[in-house]
Design a protein around this ligand. Sequence first.
Ligand code: TXA
Ligand code: MG
Length: 317
Amino acid sequence: MSMQTVVTDSPLEATGFLNRGGLVAFPTETVYGLGADVFNPGAVAGIFTAKGRPSDNPLIVHLQDPDRIGEVASEINTPARALIARFFPGPLTVVLRKNHSVPDIVSAGLPTVGVRCPSHPVAAEFLRHCRHPVAAPSANLSGRPSPTDWKAVFHDLGGRIDCLLRGEPSTIGLESTIVDCTADPPLLLRSGAIGLESLMEVVPDLELATSCTPGDAPKSPGMKYRHYSPEASIVLVEAPPHDLLQLPQAAWIGLSPPPEGAILGMACRSPEEYARVLFGFFRTCDAAGISTIWCELPPEEGIGRAIRDRLFKAAGN
Ligand code: TXA
Ligand code: MG
C-alpha cells in the first residue's frame, strides 16, 4: 500500500478528502485521530488496513455538534445526558446504543457506539465541515504509542493515508476517558484526563470496569490488545532506584529526577506534563535505540490513574 499523503494546515482541504471517501489524520486535544466518513464502510475498512488494526476493535465516532449525536445513537439516557452536558466538547467518549445507520464495521458488530466531541479548535473546524460524523481511532500503527504530534503520525502512516491535517501537538497526550452509559450502573471503561472523581460528581453510581484494573478481562474490546508499546522493555517502579544498576541503554521518565546512569531522562513537573510527554518520550527512546525504559508510577488520582493504566499496558500487563 503506497499513496501520496497530502500534509495540510487547512481543515477545509482535509474535509474535502474525507467527504470524497478518503482517510484523514487530524489533531485532537487527546491524541491524533485517523478519520473516515462513518457512513462509508469502504472508507472505514481502509482505517483497519492502514493501521493493521484487528477488525473486532470498534471505532469512536467524532462530531463537532453534540446536537447531532442522534445521527449515530438511538438513545441518550440520563447519565449520558449529564456527562455530555458537563464534559462535551472535551476528552470524554460516551458509549450509547447505536442506531441502525451505523455500519457494523464501525461498531465491530456491537449494538453500541462510542461518541466524542473534541474541543481542539482545528478538529472542531475540520469536523464541522464534514458531511457526516467521522469514525476515528488513534492515528498510529496498531500496537504503537498513540501519536501526540503530526510527525509521529507521518512516521507511522505516511504513504498509507490520503491526508494529514497538521496542528499543534496534543495538549493532553492520552486518549479520552470512556464511559459505557448503556451499562447500569454506568462503567468507566478507560481512564483519561477526566478522572474518576470528576465523573462521579455527575454520575455518582459510576463503577470501574475490570478492564480498568490491570490483569483483568477486557470489557472494552480494545483493552485486550498490547498497546502503547515502544520497542524497549518497560520497567515500572513506585520510586526511583538509586542507580540503574549499570543497565546499558536505559532511560527514565517520572515525577522524580532521573537516577544516575540514565542516558535519556525526563523529570515531569506534574502528572499533566507526564501525560502530555509520555507517548512522545516512548517514540524518542525507540529512535535512540534505548533498550529499557524505567517509568515511575504516579499517584493513582486524577489523570494519574490514566497514566498508570497506559504504563501497565505498555509493560504488557
Ligand atoms: O482520545 C481518543 O479517544 C482518541 C481520539 C482520536 O479521539 N481515539 C482513540 O481511539 O483513542 P482508539 O480506537 O485508539 O481507542 C478506542 C477505544 C478502544 O479501546 C475500543 O475498544 C473502545 O474505544 N470502544 C470503541 N467503541 C466502543 C464501544 N461501542 N463499546 C466499548 N468500547 C468501545
Ligand atoms: Mg488506539
